[in-house]
Structures are given as structure tokens and as C-alpha cells.
Ligand binder design. Structure first.
Ligand SMILES: Cc1cc2nc3c(=O)[nH]c(=O)nc-3n(C[C@H](O)[C@H](O)[C@H](O)COP(=O)(O)O)c2cc1C
Length: 367
């Protein structure tokens, strides 16, 4: 019997989605602690074939497995140590803006159970990068999780587009010491005009500003711990070629493909017009975008596939399309806390079945 689907989910799904999410974070923060070690030993899949190494020599970053938690689940980085126990190979906090903001008025999160989808228009509700970095600085020199940790960063709702770079740079500055990678989020559909930052010249200017600052601070940290820089894009605008050009020109390390979609294809009405859709109906759209990015970048970038991953087959599809790593959010909401374990076990079988000896060997092989 699937305990999550049969017992826990029916209770959680009686609550409004945001209340259920808040309760889950609370339970993770406090309840999962005593059981952490047991959970971790049961749910973590230890298998060399799953290991993903990014970079070389001193400068390398090792992911014990390619399945990570997508941005938005633990925006304020309050439950990361508990989340690590579910077997994730990496975790991403955020989106964080320089200071806290409330986001859009509720209701702003909607479930579509039959379709296994969510629509959200949260609008970067978060405690602020300043508060989160203050909290993290209380344990100086100590990592809060043992797997790679990313921070997804964004601009405040009130900041005009022509001053957006300042917000991203500010987040980078205050979180710099805690991050293994940063994701510059220019693709949320819920901050007015944010997606315009993906356009050619705007994106090039933004990424260059972020890269210059990161280079300035690089001296603060030994080479092997310098954070990687990625950008997260939307599946809706078909701008992959110019995004890849800007990313390479600014010497960014990679791309997360993709954020949620404005499309409602695959949903049965009524549905909210405003907001981004995630989950099963997003899968093809985001994998198509990933495949195009892989084609344009010709293996020169680290690609993270995000959108509609519910199974080992879905994760493998993204890897064959060019992703070295994948992330899940909505799949976790619908399938529960053993999903990462199931994906990792299935993935190692699929890799062996096809004669690969590592995830990296399979990256982009299905294009
Ligand atoms: C409720 C909710 C909030 C999200 N918040 C963020 C966010 O703050 N920043 C971000 O980059 N992506 C955010 N996302 C998008 C996810 O990180 C992910 O890219 C997207 O949901 C597709 O993956 P999935 O189909 O596995 O959910 C959010 C998604 C959901 C469902």
C-alpha cells in the first residue's frame, strides 16, 4: 500500500493547497527531525552510477544523485536539513528577493488532481535574502546540508526592470558564502514583466552584471567552492537560441529548463487565467525546450531539467534530452516522500539496461 497516496495525501488535500504546504513545511521542520537518520538511510539510494560530477579537479562539484528539489518548495530555506533526508541529490531554496515581500493575495495556489498539475501565482512571497543569510550566518563555516545547495534569486515586485540587476547582485552578495550554485530567475510568470529580462540585450546585460560581481567576490572563497551561476528560463517564449548565446557570453555555467508555463493545455476548465502551470501537463513542453537548449549549447553548459518529472522514465527522458540533473516539485506533492528513492532506483536500472556506466554518459544521447 502506498502510505502517502492512501493515507497522508487525502488528509492534506482536504486543506486549501497553501495551508497544506505550510503544514508540510512545519512537519518537515519539526516532525522529521527525530526520524531524520532513519529516513535518510532508508530513502537515500547509494549507487556510483547515479553520481554526477560537474567540473574537474579542485573545482569540481559532486552530486550524489541527479534528482533535486526544485525552487519554490522551501523558499526561505527553513526545512533543508529535513528535506535532504528524503534522498535528494541537491536542494534549491528560493526564490529569494533582497528583502522580504508578501507576494500576491491569496488564493494563489490551485490543485488539479486528475491532471496531477498545479497552477500557482505566488509572486515571490519570501522572507528576504537578508533575513535568510542572517540566519545561516549564525552557524559560520557550517554547511546546513551535505548535498549541493542552490539559491534561486529574483527581483522585488516594485523594482523597475532597468534596475533589476541591482536586486540580483544584492542577493548574490548576501548569500554568496552559503551557495554551491545560484539560479537567476527571469522566468516566473507571476512578477509583472519579469520574463522580459529573458530578451537578448536585457539578458546579456543582466547576466554580465551578475558575472562581474561574482568575479569580484571570487577571491573571498577558494576556487573549489566558488558558486556556479545558472539562469532559469520559461518554456513559453521560444527564446532558447538567444538565451544560450547570452549565457555563454556572460560565462554562466548553465540553464534550468524550465519554469512553469502560462499555457493551460491539458487542464480541464475552469482554471485560473493568471499563474504558472506545473506538473504532468508541463512535461513535454519543458523537455522540448531543454532539447533545444542542448542542441544550441552543444554540451558546453550544465543543464537542469525541471517540469513534470513523476517517474524514473520521466527523469531519464530529460537526461537523454540533455540534462545532467533534474528537479521535482509537483511530482512530490502528488506522489509523496518516497518518490526520489523510486526515481533513483529506476534510473540506475534504466542506465544499466542501456549499457551506460554513469548518468553523464547518457546526457543528450536521445537527441
Ligand atoms: C507552488 C509553486 C511555487 C514555485 N515557486 C518557484 C519559485 O519561487 N522560483 C522558481 O524558480 N520556481 C518556482 N516554481 C517552479 C518550480 O521550481 C518548477 O520549475 C516547476 O514547478 C516545474 O516543475 P514540476 O512540474 O516538477 O513542479 C514553483 C512551483 C510551484 C508549484
Amino acid at each position: 500500500m502506498n502510505i502517502y497516496k492512501n493515507l497522508i495525501r487525502p488528509v492534506l488535500f482536504r486543506l486549501p493547497p497553501e495551508t497544506a504546504h505550510r503544514m508540510a513545511i512545519c512537519a518537515l521542520r519539526w516532525g522529521a527531525r527525530p526520524w531524520g537518520g532513519v529516513l535518510r538511510s532508508v530513502l537515500t539510494v547509494k549507487d556510483e552510477i547515479l553520481k554526477v560530477t560537474v567540473g574537474e579537479g579542485e573545482d569540481r562539484l559532486v552530486f550524489p544523485n541527479p534528482v533535486g528539489l526544485a525552487a519554490g518548495f522551501d523558499k526561505d530555506a527553513v526545512a533543508l536539513p529535513a528535506l535532504e533526508n528524503f534522498g535528494f541529490g541537491f536542494l534549491e531554496a528560493g526564490t529569494l528577493t533582497p528583502t522580504g515581500q508578501p507576494g500576491n493575495p491569496p488564493p494563489r495556489l490551485f490543485r488539479f488532481v486528475k491532471e496531477e498539475a498545479l497552477v500557482n501565482r505566488m509572486g515571490f512571497n519570501n522572507a528576504g535574502a537578508d533575513k535568510v543569510s542572517e540566519r545561516l550566518a549564525r552557524s559560520p563555516g557550517k554547511r546546513i546540508v551535505s548535498v549541493p545547495l542552490g539559491f534561486n534569486i529574483g527581483k522585488m515586485k516594485e523594482t523597475p526592470l532597468d534596475r533589476a540587476a541591482g536586486d540580483y547582485v544584492r542577493c548574490l552578495e548576501v548569500l554568496y558564502d552559503h551557495a554551491d550554485y545560484f539560479v537567476v530567475n527571469v522566468s516566473s510568470p507571476n512578477t509583472p514583466e519579469l520574463r522580459r529580462l529573458q530578451e537578448g540585450a536585457s539578458l546579456a546585460a543582466l547576466l554580465t552584471a551578475v558575472r562581474e560581481k561574482a568575479d569580484e567576490w571570487a577571491g573571498k572563497r577558494p576556487a573549489r567552492t566558488r558558486p556556479r551561476l545558472l539562469v532559469k528560463i520559461s518554456p513559453d517564449e521560444n527564446m532558447e537560441e538567444s538565451v544560450v548565446e547570452s549565457v555563454l557570453a556572460a560565462r554562466f555555467d548553465g540553464i534550468v529548463a524550465t519554469n512553469t508555463t502560462r499555457s493551460r493545455d491539458g487542464l480541464t476548465p475552469p482554471y485560473p487565467e493568471e499563474g504558472g502551470m506545473s506538473g504532468r501537463p508541463l512535461r513535454h513542453l519543458s523537455t522540448d525546450s531543454l532539447r533545444r537548449i542542448h542542441r544550441f549549447s552543444k554540451g558546453r553548459l550544465l543543464l537542469i531539467g525541471s517540469g513534470g518529472v513523476f517517474s524514473a522514465e520521466d527523469a531519464y527522458e530529460k537526461i537523454l534530452a540533455g540534462a545532467s540533473l533534474v528537479q521535482i516539485y509537483t511530482g512530490w506533492v502528488y506522489s509523496g516522500f518516497t518518490l526520489v528513492n523510486r526515481i533513483n532506483r529506476g534510473l540506475s536500472d534504466l542506465l544499466r539496461r542501456d549499457g551506460f556506466s554513469s548518468v553523464m554518459q547518457a546526457v543528450g544521447r536521445g537527441v
